[in-house]
Design a protein around this ligand. Structure first.
Ligand code: NAD
Length: 541
């Protein structure tokens, strides 16, 4: 029996593979792309470790080449959802009682499989299925997934070793129990790493899940599930249930053992889920944990002391990488009049050099948006702007969905700080700029704070340290991840725990111990060595 007290070390971050021309890694990646695109696969449900086919199917296509089918997937009906819940509940006892060291070692093995054996596969699947270029796929599907897995083992060590004080006459302990029941995990299309982490953080703490993956990221998510299994994840610990959100949501959220939701996605979906939970509250055995990260309207705020080139690069990368489909993507900018001319020239120059197209052509920085509804939604904002008197398009503005869902990186300038595209989440490659009078720096900070309901990410560019301090203070609640002289995207596990408040979610900071703490229900144990033998107290004499 191994009874050593073991702690996982600080792992550091996974090194990024750059896929430069001529490299072996690039060749391997291209081979994987070719293999995946030429073999259409079938994606079943995976319940209690077994493949389940319902015969109710739909197709997975490439967003940048939507005539190309990657897979046919099976959709869950109420019956399979019930099976998944039963499987998660059955697996709970053994999994939650298993040593956390063994649970962690399975996660670390998943990380190692992705790092060494399946890196190019998971990247290629993310490129083809979610239309991410090689770099975007690498920093998400490989690096961030691995970092979440390794860092969480280290964070769990910290949690489990945090114990209350004892005395000579009493021993106090804290047992970090898994939550009683099962956890519903609902993942978005835009990050393979999020899909992994939404499951793996509750699972690490001893919970079991029913996972509803996004239909538009099923290709990479299915491969992920297969890797979890290969790493030795016991049957029933994660149950992979693709299908229609409302069908699955209705069934899961009305179960008495529903114990928590780990969600990332849009406000509309999260609001629906939260309402369902309150409607069903009296059904549940425990008050469920509600953890959800939702939308953003992320800003770049520029002070007159900023460096214009740094700002232009920050906007271009922050707003247009992954087609602006990151919850943290910059989508509104506040720029002082004195710097606008130079920033605009630099920004428009950069935009003229950005290439948009298929992920399989490595020259393209910008690829397709995820599907037709997303394309139509983004284009609606652009078309409205073309007819507006309050805003004009400085570059981009064109879209073409004939082969893939391509939209050019688009910069809008508005004279109205409350113009629609300054307020609403668009989730596409669209950046709107409001130019302010230099003397109105403080006033405009206030405007930035009050313009949108979200509070996810934002950044300030300035050389003046006092101006930075003012921005930090005035925008305290405007962003849960606040950047100084940097773009507001690219949070790294272990370095910048991620999440926002206001309409952006419950701010339970993925990539930190704060998130893991939501997935335990601690029990305090006190043992008294010399129990009292007289009921009277001295004051009674
Ligand atoms: P979405 O809300 O459309 O879908 C998210 C998931 O919810 C999908 O799996 C979907 O099938 C499922 N779903 C939909 N209706 C459901 C229902 N009734 N019951 C149960 N599940 C249901 O979001 P999306 O388009 O996949 O992702 C984009 C959104 O996610 C954006 O708003 C973005 O800002 C947000 N996001 C936020 C963060 C963050 O950390 N704050 C990170 C990534 C994405």
């Amino acid at each position: 029996m191994n009874n050593a007290v073991f702690n996982f070390f600080d792992p550091g971050n996974e090194e990024i593979v750059h896929y430069e021309p001529g490299s072996e890694a690039r060749e391997e990646l291209i081979k994987e792309i070719e293999k995946l695109q030429s073999n259409e696969i079938e994606i079943p449900l995976i319940i209690n470790g077994k493949e389940v086919r319902t015969g109710k199917t739909a197709k997975v296509v490439m967003p940048h080449d939507h005539g190309h089918v990657l897979a046919t997937y099976h959709m869950a009906t109420e019956k399979e959802v019930k099976m998944a819940v039963d499987a998660a509940l059955k697996a709970h006892e053994e999994w939650s009682n298993l040593s956390w060291i063994i649970r962690s070692s399975i996660l670390i093995k998943v990380g190692e499989l992705i790092s060494a054996k399946y890196r190019h596969l998971i990247n290629a699947a993310t490129m083809l299925g979610q239309s991410k270029n090689a770099r975007e796929a690498e920093i998400d599907a490989a690096c961030e997934t691995i970092d979440f897995l390794r860092y969480n083992a280290c964070f769990a060590s910290k949690i489990y070793s945090d114990q209350p004080k004892s005395r000579f006459d009493q021993l106090n302990r804290m047992e970090f129990r898994a939550i009683e029941g099962f956890i519903f995990t609902v993942s978005p299309f835009n990050f393979t790493a999020i899909a992994s982490n939404l499951n793996m953080s509750p699972v690490l703490m001893g919970n079991t899940t029913v996972w509803k993956p996004s239909t538009t990221s099923l290709f990479s998510n299915y491969h992920l599930m297969k890797i979890f299994q290969e790493a030795g994840l016991p049957d029933g610990v994660i149950n992979f249930v693709p299908g229609k959100g409302s069908v699955i949501g209705n069934e899961v959220l009305s179960h008495k053992s529903f114990a928590g939701i780990h969600f990332t996605g849009s406000n509309k979906t999260f609001d629906w889920i939260w309402k369902k939970i309150s409607d069903n509250l009296l059904t549940y055995k425990s008050y469920p944990r509600i953890v959800g990260e939702t939308g953003g309207k992320d800003f770049i705020f520029v002070h007159p002391s900023a460096n214009p080139i740094e700002v232009a690069v920050g906007i271009a990368r922050g707003a247009f990488e992954y087609q602006g489909q990151k919850c943290s993507a910059a989508s509104r900018g506040y720029i002082p009049k004195s710097l606008w001319k130079e920033i605009k020239e630099n920004l428009l120059q950069i935009c003229s050099e950005i290439k948009t197209g298929d992920v399989r052509d490595f020259k393209n920085l910008v690829n397709a948006v995820i599907d037709e509804p997303a394309f139509d939604n983004v284009m609606r904002y652009i078309e409205e702007t073309k007819n507006s008197t309050d805003a004009k398009i400085l570059c981009g503005g064109k879209g073409d969905k004939s082969k893939g869902y391509f939209i050019e990186p688009t910069v809008i300038e508005t004279t109205d700080p409350h113009y629609k595209t300054m307020v609403e989440e668009i989730f596409g490659p669209v950046m709107t700029i409001f130019v302010y009078d230099d003397k109105d720096y403080e006033k405009t900070l206030q405007l930035c704070d009050e313009t949108s309901p979200y509070g996810l990410t934002g950044s300030v560019f300035a050389k003046d340290r006092v101006a930075v301090a003012h921005a930090c203070e005035k925008l305290r609640y405007a962003a849960g991840n606040f950047y100084i002289n940097d773009k507001p995207t690219g949070a790294t596990v272990g370095l910048q725990p991620f999440g926002g408040s206001r309409a952006s979610g419950t701010n339970d900071k993925a990539g930190s111990d704060l998130n893991l703490l939501r997935w335990v229900s601690p029990r305090t144990l006190k043992e008294t060595f010399m129990p009292a033998t007289d009921f009277r107290y001295p004051f009674m004499e």
